[in-house]
Design a protein around this ligand. Structure first.
Ligand code: COA
Length: 182
């Protein structure tokens, strides 16, 4: 029986993580997208201050089968702590078996325990609704760059019942500051 384990420490696993993202996105969206995400993840892991980054992984019998990255989103005029979830990947041969949802639930629980107030993400509303994200307007959560798919802009409060509007503007970390991924 395969044993699934969720971990919060990514030290020493950087190359496995970059490969996992590259392979999963290449399989889903083509080789160019795979290379783009590899660069994004490499930059996130290398150039983000430790306080501004959370990387959660799913290991199966010690092998990396899923990974999610949260990085700080700064709203200088708002006192709340906000993190954005991006990107998310599950190894191609282990997709659609619930690993992504379990890893997301684990990561959000860790963020809550560490006092993060708001989680934001940008993706398929149906997929992320299963772990509590709801569509929000760019007035409620001003994005750091213009969105090409505003219907995929999603958020949830981790510290209160409803998300009150965040006071913008916002700034993402350098690794996500690339118009091609927004
Ligand atoms: C998207 C992804 C992370 C989902 O992880 P996963 O472990 O396969 O997802 P789960 O098994 O936990 O998902 C459960 C449900 O989510 C939905 N779902 C799963 N993959 C989906 C996808 N690619 N698109 C839309 N919905 C999806 C399904 O409704 C699924 O339920 P079902 O089995 O009844 O159909 C994974 O497919 C992946 O790595 N894809 C390539 C990279 C990518 O697109 N990442 C997301 C953008 S950052």
């Amino acid at each position: 029986m395969a044993e699934l384990e969720f971990i919060s420490d990514h030290a020493g696993r950087e190359s496995q993580i970059v490969r996992l993202f590259g392979d999963s996105f290449a399989a889903a969206d083509g080789p160019e997208e795979g290379r783009l995400i590899e660069t994004v993840v490499q930059d996130l892991l290398q150039a983000t201050a430790p306080d501004d980054l959370f990387v959660f992984s799913a290991l199966e019998n010690g092998a990396m089968v899923g990974c999610i990255v949260f990085s700080r989103l700064r709203y200088d005029q708002d006192p709340r702590t906000v993190f954005i979830l991006s990107p998310v990947a599950v190894r191609t041969d282990r997709q659609r078996q619930g690993i992504g949802q379990k890893l997301l639930a684990f990561g959000l629980c860790e963020l809550r325990a560490r006092g993060v107030d708001v989680a934001i993400t940008y993706g398929d509303p149906n997929y992320y609704a299963k772990v509590g994200f709801k569509q929000v307007s760019t007035d409620v959560a001003p994005p750091p760059l213009p969105l090409s798919m505003p219907h995929g802009w999603l958020a949830q409060s981790l510290s209160g019942p409803e998300l009150e509007p965040l006071s913008g503007p916002s700034r993402c970390v350098a690794g996500l500051n690339k118009p091609a991924i927004w």
